[in-house]
Ligand binder design. Structure first.
Ligand code: NAD
Length: 418
């Protein structure tokens, strides 16, 4: 397999699905059902541009599974969105929601556009017309979108408003990741990073390690990596390196994360931070450490570099940071992997809390959000680790097996409607 092929995320998803399905002994029929998206919609979206021209954009919404509950998954705006990508990401959501056992299926949406070249007005018109196009698919009981690449709380507010105007009532639970004023949840911003920290704490205790004795390297200092760094540092972990796309910063005694955040805010980069030394960003990934958190982007751990990793625990904050070929190398090295569908599921879990609060019309304080998140992450970690130990499979295989088993059970119990 070439490196290019190895990096194909859809191939990786398929390899992991097939491996888990075989180990579960799923029959061909159930495999077909689990692999096929339940519903797909393509919409062509006419938008009046600011200069008066009319442009037509293409958008998709795919519900991979609605067996365990309504579809759940983000909407991305990007020039290279494709239906295949949206399908694969929707299935990823099905497994993620099943691993943490929240009552959702999996869905995803996307619009082929370049938001960097569009004005706010154009983006708003695009969003509203896309929402009108997928109106019959979404809804608090059907499918609940959320932000993804290049979409944010404002885009969610436009979707919520368009849906609400069509329904004739304010329907906040149709999307999550909304602004606080429109039924957003406290704790959502840091939920994914908090989830990473919580599962890392669980993994540490299996090694008899304490946070204060643990050295951490984090790749990506954005929403997930930045929040994970902040929360881990507060919990006593020593964050020895932060790796960004344009450099890395290292301090053997532990970086002052709040100071690094302030520096990045001021200068736009982590480089030239006085509280640490500059380091080659590739080498920083191979520093000896207890925990490595890839929280930037996909395919950063491949057959080419997995052998050089020097960590005990790999906590996958990003989606798909490890290729399927690299999985084997990590297993040989005895690295304890907390797979992405578990490690970064804190985000979708607090999205679920947002939806619950919107439906109740009763909002929780941040302490309650965080304690309920902790309960789910700790329980899910134990579910995956116990499944793996019992069946002698690695954590990733265990997480996929657990997820496939939960979705397959729901399908069997419901029976096939005919
Ligand atoms: P983000 O854009 O806020 O942050 C990503 C950071 O990584 C940026 O600071 C960027 O400069 C850096 N980066 C990008 N490419 C890099 C590279 N090659 N090397 C080093 N640094 C690099 O994005 P995010 O929301 O933190 O998401 C990060 C990952 O986590 C993505 O894979 C995303 O799909 C996944 N994820 C995010 C959430 C969430 O709630 N935000 C939930 C689940 C999964």
């Amino acid at each position: 397999m070439t490196l290019e092929q190895e990096k194909n995320p859809w191939l990786a998803a398929e390899v992991r699905f097939d491996n888990a399905a075989a180990k579960l002994g799923l029959d061909d029929g159930m495999r077909k059902v689990l692999k096929s998206p339940a519903r797909e919609m393509t919409v062509h979206i006419p938008v009046q541009l600011d200069d008066g021209r009319l442009e037509v954009f293409t958008g998709y919404r795919v519900q991979h599974s609605i067996a365990r509950g309504p579809g759940k998954g983000g909407i991305r705006y990007a020039p290279d969105v494709s239906i295949d990508e949206v399908r694969a990401l929707a299935s990823w959501m099905t497994w993620k929601c099943a691993v943490v056992n929240i009552p959702y299926g999996g869905a995803k949406g996307g619009v082929i556009c370049n938001p960097a070249l569009m004005s706010d007005g154009e983006l708003e018109r695009l969003t509203r017309r896309y929402t009108a196009g997928i109106m019959d698919m979404i809804g608090p009981d059907r499918d609940i979108p959320a932000p993804d690449m290049n979409t944010n709380a404002q885009v969610m507010a436009w979707i919520m408003d368009t849906y609400s105007m069509r329904m004739g009532s304010a329907t906040t639970a149709v999307v999550t990741g909304k602004p606080m004023e429109l039924g957003g949840s406290l704790g959502r911003q840091e939920a994914t990073g908090r989830g990473c920290m919580l599962v890392t704490l669980e993994a540490l205790s299996r090694f008899g390690l304490k946070p204060e004795d643990s050295k951490v390297v984090i790749q990506g200092f954005g929403n997930v990596g930045g929040m994970a760094a902040r929360l881990m540092a507060k919990r006593g972990f020593r964050i020895i390196a932060i790796v960004e796309y344009d450099g890395a910063v290292y301090n053997a005694n532990g970086l002052d994360i709040e100071a690094l955040m302030a520096h990045r805010k001021e200068t736009g980069s982590i480089n030239e931070f006085e509280g640490g030394e500059a380091m080659d960003k590739r080498e920083a990934m191979f520093l000896p450490c207890d925990v490595l958190v890839p929280a930037a982007t996909e395919n950063v751990i491949t057959s080419e570099n997995a052998g050089k990793l020097n960590c005990r625990i790999l906590c996958e904050g990003a989606n798909g940071p490890t290729t399927a070929v690299a999985d084997g190398i990590l297993a040989e090295k005895g690295i304890f992997v907390i797979p992405d569908i578990l490690a970064n599921a804190g985000g979708v879990t607090v999205s679920y809390f947002e939806w619950v609060q919107d439906r109740q019309g009763y909002f929780w304080n941040e302490g309650l959000v965080n304690s309920r998140l902790e309960e789910i992450m700790v329980r899910s970690f134990a579910d995956v680790a116990n499944w793996g130990e019992k069946r002698k499979v690695d954590n990733r295989t265990a997480a996929y097996m657990l997820a496939l088993d939960r979705v397959a059970s729901a399908i069997r119990l419901r029976g096939i409607y005919a």
